[in-house]
Design a protein around this ligand. Structure first.
Ligand SMILES: Nc1ncnc2c1ncn2[C@@H]1O[C@H](COP(=O)(O)OP(=O)(O)OP(=O)(O)O)[C@@H](O)[C@H]1O
Length: 322
C-alpha cells in the first residue's frame, strides 16, 4: 500500500526541487511540519543534504520550549543540522512586520552559512490571501503576482497545494503540530480573510476560489516578468524621447530600475509618477524631490539625478511575503 494521498502529494511537490542542499524553515505549524517530513523523506533518495531552521521570536510565553520541541521533532525526522535561533524582535512597522524581518534575516544568514536553499511552507491558500490583500490595497501586478515559487535562495514548493493537504499529511503521519493563536485572532486582516472572506467567496463563486486566485497570481507573474525584461532592455532610461515612446507599463519599470540603480531608496508610486510626468507631461516643471534627499530634473531632453552621493541599493523586495 502506498502512502496516504496527502502525504504523497506533499512529497511529490518537493521532489522536483531537491537538487541541492536545503534547510526547511519550520515554525512547528502544520504547513512547515508537513514540508519538513516530505523533505526528510525525499532528500536522502535524491542524494541531497537536508536540515532545518526554527526561529524563536520570543513573543509568546513558552516560545523557547516550543522551538525546542519543534527542533526535537525535526531531528526525529532525520533532518540535520537543525538550527534553533532566538531573535530580538523590534517594533518597526508593527510586531508582525518586525517578527517577519527578524525571521528572514535569520533564514538568509542560515542559507549563506550552509550554502543551502531555504524551503518555506507557504500554501496555495496563503497565496490566495496574499492576492486578496493586494487587491484590497489597490496594488499593482507585481504585488498581485504573489509569492514566487523560487526567489533567490527562497523556495516555496507547496504553493500549489491547499492548506488542508498539509494538515491531512501531518495527521496521517501522526506528526504533532502547533497552532499559532495568531492564526485565529480576528485582529489580523489575513485571519479574517482566511476565516470569513474566502469561505464567503467560495459560497458565492463556487469552490476552488483559492486555486483560481493562485492561478491569477501565476499568470500575473509571467506578465510581470515579461514586462520587467522589456524594461531592463531599454538602452538609455534617461532619454525622454525614447521613454515617451514606450508603453506606460514598460516606461515606469525602466524609470524605477534607473532610480534604484542610482541608489534612490523607498521609491513610492507618487514619486515614480512625478518623475514620469517630467517625461510625458513636460511643461518645464522643476526638480522632483525623492526620498533620501535626491531629486530628478529634466534638461535638454534627458533626466538627470541630483542630490546626495548615490548609495547603490539592492532593489527592495516588492514581493509580499508573509
Ligand atoms: N518561527 C519560524 N521559524 C522558522 N520558519 C518559520 C517560522 N515562522 C514561519 N516560518 C516559515 O514561513 C512560512 C510561512 O509562515 P506563516 O507564519 O505565514 O505560516 P503558516 O502558513 O501558518 O505556516 P506554518 O503552518 O508552517 O506555521 C512557514 O511555513 C515556515 O516555512
Amino acid at each position: 500500500m502506498g502512502p496516504d494521498p496527502a502525504v504523497a502529494a506533499v512529497r511529490a511537490a518537493v521532489r522536483p526541487g531537491l537538487t541541492g542542499p536545503v534547510l526547511v524553515a519550520c515554525s512547528g505549524g502544520a504547513d512547515s511540519v508537513a514540508l519538513a517530513a516530505a523533505v526528510a523523506f525525499e532528500a536522502p533518495r535524491a542524494g541531497v543534504a537536508a536540515g532545518a531552521v526554527t526561529v524563536d521570536h520570543g513573543l509568546q510565553p513558552g516560545s523557547a520550549e516550543r522551538a525546542g520541541s519543534t527542533a526535537e521533532l525535526l531531528r526525529g525526522l532525520g533532518l540535520h543540522p537543525v538550527v534553533v535561533r532566538r531573535v530580538e524582535v523590534g517594533t518597526a512597522g508593527g510586531p508582525e512586520a518586525a517578527a517577519r524581518a527578524a525571521r528572514y534575516a535569520v533564514l538568509d544568514r542560515a542559507a549563506a552559512d550552509h550554502g543551502a536553499r531555504i524551503a518555506l511552507g507557504h500554501t496555495r491558500d496563503d497565496q490566495a490571501e496574499t492576492v486578496l490583500l493586494g487587491l484590497g490595497r489597490g496594488s499593482g501586478p507585481r504585488s498581485l503576482a504573489g509569492m514566487a515559487p523560487v526567489r533567490g535562495h527562497l523556495w516555496r514548493p507547496l504553493l500549489d497545494l491547499p492548506r488542508a493537504t498539509t494538515r491531512a499529511a501531518c495527521t496521517a503521519q501522526g506528526l504533532p503540530v502547533w497552532d499559532d493563536p495568531h492564526n485565529t485572532d480576528p485582529a489580523f486582516t489575513r485571519v479574517r480573510l482566511r476565516h470569513e472572506v474566502l469561505p464567503l467567496l467560495e459560497d458565492v463563486l463556487g469552490g476552488g476560489v483559492a486555486g483560481s486566485l493562485a492561478r491569477t497570481a501565476a499568470l500575473l507573474r509571467e506578465d510581470c516578468e515579461a514586462l520587467d525584461a522589456l524594461a531592463a532592455a531599454v538602452p538609455d532610461p534617461a532619454d525622454c524621447t525614447a521613454l515617451a515612446a514606450l508603453p506606460a507599463a514598460v516606461r515606469r519599470r525602466a524609470l524605477r530600475g534607473w532610480l534604484l540603480a542610482h541608489g534612490v531608496p523607498d521609491l513610492a508610486a507618487v514619486h515614480l509618477h512625478a518623475v514620469e510626468a517630467l517625461v510625458v507631461h513636460w511643461r518645464g516643471q522643476g526638480r522632483v524631490d525623492l526620498p533620501g534627499g535626491a531629486g530628478v530634473v529634466r534638461a535638454s531632453g534627458r533626466l538627470a539625478l541630483q542630490g546626495p552621493p548615490a548609495r547603490r541599493s539592492t532593489p527592495p523586495s516588492e514581493e509580499p511575503h508573509p
